[in-house]
Design a binder for this molecule. Structure first.
Ligand code: 0PR
Length: 380
């Protein structure tokens, strides 16, 4: 055992490294947030669990099933199949991988599969092209930054395995015309993946929610991440499929494990994200989530008002709690704020500064930010 001095030294060093991290109360550009208090105990209780060997962690596996049922209900699908992943990147990989595998013998040249995605897609699709050997075709956007359906159609050919729509784009929080995309997927006989990594736990709790999920018959898979608006501990992503058939397309044999096959991308994987997401979603229920989402949307509107008063216009009227404001000085603003230890991000097209109004971005945080932002405007 190490000496007491060494143990205290380690504790002090860990605390001091941790202090260098910028606290969430000064971060206005993250899709993650302080975990909900309900998530913490659950996380601790499941800290040694490994869903990579569900024959051992039978209770954790059962809990994952219950969480999937909750997510399935939110996404209008009682037959949902899937699992809790390391995040949206893994979920997107697996969604596309299942589509590619299922379509392999249906396309003209099985060696040259392609997918059609919106130009606004998250950079995880760049990795997908590289890892899965699928050609990634990017369709342009309309004036509201939604994918242009006619262009998606023109990019589809006899080697297309799937098209992708986004419910809550990373940069603007926009929702693609998923109703039309779903019809197109059915018409062309291809799979459709919806990236609702962020919007999946926002849209269902908004007034008059836009249909983005398994209600749309063309939708085969959905990414929905509890470690974003689900306030679960990291890592907690979600890949959900219309039915079990998609899991079969991902399976490999696991000869020496307690279970026969595995359909996840990672082997060893934590049960903490399952437990913390379950704790939050089950305790809060639909009404509790609705309250949190409406508060975030109210605060987004507050930020828009404050920014308009300072002469900044949003790129689009915010659809959810993501908003970007046009400015040629985006980079300088971001850097100046960073030197004051405030974090926002920028987007390039159009040049703008971007905000994500997560539950930790309260009215008070926005007030503090605007005070600091006024100083920045004098500086630059
Ligand atoms: N799909 C969409 C629509 C996303 O916005 C993201 C992440 C992903 C997929 C990938 O999810 P994972 O990061 O869980 O694999 N969007 C955020 C972004 O790139 C991720 C993020 C979160 C970045 C917190 C920074 C941060 O502080 O902006």
């Amino acid at each position: 055992m190490p000496s007491n001095e060494r143990v205290s030294e380690v504790e002090e060093r860990l605390a001091s490294f941790r202090k260098e991290d910028i606290p969430y109360s000064r971060v206005l550009s993250s899709m993650c947030t302080t975990p909900h208090p309900l998530a913490l105990k659950a996380h601790e209780l499941f800290i040694e669990t490994n869903l990579g060997d569900p024959g051992i962690f039978q209770g954790t596996r059962e809990l994952e099933g219950l969480l999937l049922e909750i997510l399935g209900k939110i996404l209008h699908n009682p037959n949902v199949a899937g699992y809790i992943s390391s995040g949206g990147t893994e979920a997107n990989i697996q969604g596309v991988r299942a589509a590619r595998n299922l379509m392999r013998n249906k396309i003209k040249n099985p060696k040259e599969p392609n997918i059609v995605i919106p130009k606004s897609a998250h950079f995880s699709f760049e990795k997908i092209g590289d890892i899965l050997g699928v050609e990634v075709r990017r369709a342009s956007l309309d004036d509201d930054y939604r994918v242009n359906v006619a262009e998606v159609e023109s990019l589809i050919d006899s080697n297309t395995v799937a098209l992708v729509g986004i419910a809550g784009t990373t940069e603007l929080g926009q929702i693609d015309p998923l109703v039309e995309l779903s019809e197109l997927a059915i018409e062309k006989g291809i799979e459709m993946h919806v990236d609702a990594a962020f919007g999946g736990l926002v849209i269902p709790f908004m007034d008059d929610p836009y249909p983005f999920d398994f209600q749309l018959e063309g939708v085969s898979s959905i990414t929905i991440d509890p470690h974003k608006m689900g306030m679960a501990t990291i890592p907690s992503g979600g890949i959900l499929f219309r039915n079990e058939r998609y899991l079969r397309a991902l399976e490999v044999e696991t000869p020496y494990l307690t279970t026969r096959t595995q359909y996840t991308l990672t082997g060893t994987r934590p049960g903490t994200g399952v437990a913390s997401a379950f704790a939050v979603l089950y305790s809060l229920g639909f009404e509790g989530m609705k309250e949190i989402v409406s508060e975030c949307i109210k605060n987004t509107k507050l930020l828009v008002e404050e920014m308009r008063a300072l002469g900044f216009e949003p790129v689009i009227d915010p659809v959810m709690n993501v908003v970007s404001f046009k400015t040629e000085k985006a980079e300088r603003i971001k850097e100046n704020l960073m030197s004051r230890r405030w974090v926002i991000s920028t987007i390039r097209n159009p040049r703008a500064i971007r905000f994500v109004i997560m539950p930790h971005v309260t009215e008070e945080v926005i007030g503090d930010f605007i005070k600091e932002f006024k100083k920045v405007l004098k500086d630059i």
